[in-house]
Design a protein around this ligand. Structure first.
Ligand code: F6R
Length: 608
């Protein structure tokens, strides 16, 4: 939920850390802070974004060869300078940044206050510097192992000690942390994107691990037991180096536009052979075990849940397997019934969503076979699931998910084909569906060619304060996703609704001030959708309809049209959502909204 970064061994650690924070700002951006160390530790904090911190740091004149920094998404306490990280001991000699939630912070705070420690913030994180001080250990690693060993919940953290200028200590459990190893300078951050420009190799820390880093060395240890672990060095992935806006005004537009290539990656290595069976070598079940799967339960949140809802249609229609989708938090707390032949899918772009992680743990504890469908390699969900299917969509930096969503839907389509061919789906039907699926990147290219027309329409309707999105069949989840995109970046109320459900209540809200975006593609159920559009028009609601190719079915309705290419009901959700992403993007731009960093949101939701 927050972004942390640390640096040791640079002549200008402040510059590197500010740059790293800018790359981490998608994780939270309501306040920020930095501690730099020369002989002494100097800390600068501010409410607001990293740009405000940068200005404050410049005017302070502080420089350092080592430092830690933080960009925050508030959980405990309002966004303010006092609650911004780093947090320090009262004498200012130990400084800590933290991402995660410390569940036993109240109990620890009471214990520390009794011992005379004075707290200055409302945050859970502030217990860490006090615990470090309280440890009584003279070695910084030993002090850190004591402090982190006392925490319950999740943390990724970096610590500087004034007394030990040659080292920085990091640790994580349940929140991501990556070390970056450079030449005479080592770094740490919540995401390798922040490190990639500066280092040649990375080490992804696993849960329960701590690291002692100097300018020229890095050592790994277990938090419980202080056992030394071998460093798992790997080169920085190429995609992490290519994480700029590439000339686009916003990451969101860049990520929308790069979807054809991202989707091609979803197919890479999967479409071999002429048997109509996509390849999923990472799926660990034997053909016999696969044939026995009786039910698929998908746990996910937000856009990933909408991708899961689309997958539900695929699993039932293509694979012939009963499927359901659970909001991940509900899955966790509802005590779900999982039979031995139930397959549990956890769909998550980041692989770090707290509720989805908890759902995976619940499913594993109940003995279900779990599959993490993730974009971020080596993320917690990927690691904790029995098998992981990666999207290969490349880093997604805009808070609003775009290419990850379409890659999730495409991957679930291919996975349903794989499962279907393992069961009743014939070779010919499998091949036909594969050919249809392979069109997806080109279908999306075609939609993107019409970006200017969609922009004009978005501008025309940017006055609206309430909108409905209606769809049915495979396009029902697309309506939910379209509405989510609009509300999260434009702050306008948008509601996704099954078109048949409209007249069971929501239609009461329609009038000339409430536009309806109707997904009227030429797929089964289109006739019914046309009837639903008539119902909206009869209440004077302006209608914008998505239609397939040159379909003339709405010509006499006098409504605005967004044309997407003719496609099957299975591929239409991808091309249609791309059109809705563009609509949301241009609508929010027209209203002057902060596209990549919408208010109150953060990219990965690591709290329940
Ligand atoms: C919406 C969006 C969120 C995420 C949700 C789950 O644009 O990005 O709704 O989809 O927070 O995140 P992941 O997929 O990382 O589990």
């Amino acid at each position: 939920m927050c972004g942390i970064a640390g640096c040791i061994g640079s002549p200008d650690a402040g510059k590197i850390l500010i740059d790293a924070l800018k790359r981490l700002e998608y994780r939270g951006y309501d306040s920020a802070g930095i501690t730099l160390g020369g002989k002494k530790l100097h800390t600068v904090k501010t409410a607001g974004k990293v740009a405000a911190l940068e200005a404050k740091l410049l005017s302070s004149g502080y420089k350092g060869t080592r430092g830690i920094a933080h960009t925050r998404w508030a959980t405990h306490g309002i966004p303010s300078e006092a609650n911004a990280h780093p947090h320090l001991t009262e004498d200012g000699t130990i400084s800590v940044v933290h991402n995660g939630i410390i569940e036993n912070h109240q109990q620890l705070r009471a214990e520390l206050e009794k011992k005379g420690h004075v707290f200055r913030s409302e945050t859970d994180s502030e217990v860490i510097p006090h615990l470090l001080e309280e440890s009584g250990e003279s070695d910084p690693l030993a002090a850190a192992l004591y402090a982190f060993g006392r925490l319950k919940g999740s943390f990724a953290s970096a610590v500087l000690f004034e007394k030990y200028p040659d080292q920085m200590i990091c640790a994580c459990h349940g929140s991501p942390l990556v070390l970056g190893l450079g030449d005479g300078m080592n770094l740490a951050a919540s995401d390798m994107l922040a490190l990639a420009p500066y280092v040649s190799r990375i080490v992804v820390l696993h849960d329960g691990e701590a690291a002692r880093i100097t300018a020229n060395s890095a050592e790994l240890f277990t938090i419980s037991g202080a056992k030394s672990i071998q460093l798992r060095e790997e080169p920085v992935p190429g995609e992490a180096r290519n994480a700029d806006k590439n000339g686009y005004e916003h990451f969101m537009l860049k990520e929308i536009m790069e979807q054809p290539e991202a989707l091609e990656h979803a197919f890479a290595g999967r479409m071999n052979g002429d048997r109509g069976v996509p390849t999923f070598p990472e799926f660990g079940l034997s053909p016999r075990e696969t044939a026995r799967i009786s039910r698929i339960v998908t746990a996910a949140c937000g856009s990933s849940m909408h991708a899961g809802l689309t997958g539900q249609y695929y699993f039932e229609d293509i694979a012939g397997i009963a499927a359901s989708v659970e909001q991940a938090a509900e899955f966790r707390y509802r005590n779900p019934i999982l039979e031995p032949d139930t397959l549990v899918l956890a769909v998550s772009q980041s692989g770090e969503t707290a509720d989805t992680i908890a759902a995976v743990r619940e499913a594993v504890a109940k003995g279900a076979y779990t599959v993490g469908v993730c974009n971020v390699p080596d993320s917690t969900i990927a690691r904790e699931s029995d098998c992981r299917i990666y999207l290969h969509a490349g880093p997604e930096q805009s808070v609003a998910s775009t290419k990850a969503f379409t890659s999730q839907v495409t991957t679930l389509l291919l996975f349903s084909l794989f499962l279907g061919r393992n069961r009743r789906l014939s070779r010919d039907d499998g091949l036909a569906l594969m050919r249809e699926a392979e069109r997806i990147p080109d279908l999306v290219r075609e939609v993107l060619k019409h970006a200017d027309e969609i922009r004009d329409l978005a501008r025309k309707y940017a006055w609206a304060e309430d909108l409905f999105y209606i769809g049915r069949g495979c396009l029902y989840p697309a309506a939910l996703e379209g509405a989510l995109k609009l509300k999260e970046i434009s702050y306008v109320h948008a509601e996704g609704c099954h078109s048949a459900e409209l007249k069971h209540g929501p239609i009461a809200l329609l009038d000339e001030k409430v536009p309806v975006i109707a997904l009227a593609n030429r797929i089964p159920g289109q006739e019914k959708m046309l009837g639903n559009i008539r119902e909206c028009l009869a209440r004077n609601a302006p209608v914008i309809a998505v239609v397939s190719g040159n379909d003339t079915c709405l010509d006499s309705f006098g409504v605005d049209l967004i044309r997407v290419p003719e496609s099957s009901r299975f591929t239409a959700p991808v091309s249609t959502v791309v059109a809705l992403q563009l609509f949301a993007y241009y609508f929010a731009c027209e209203r002057g909204c902060a596209i990549d960093q919408p208010r109150n949101l953060a990219k990965s939701v690591t709290v329940e």
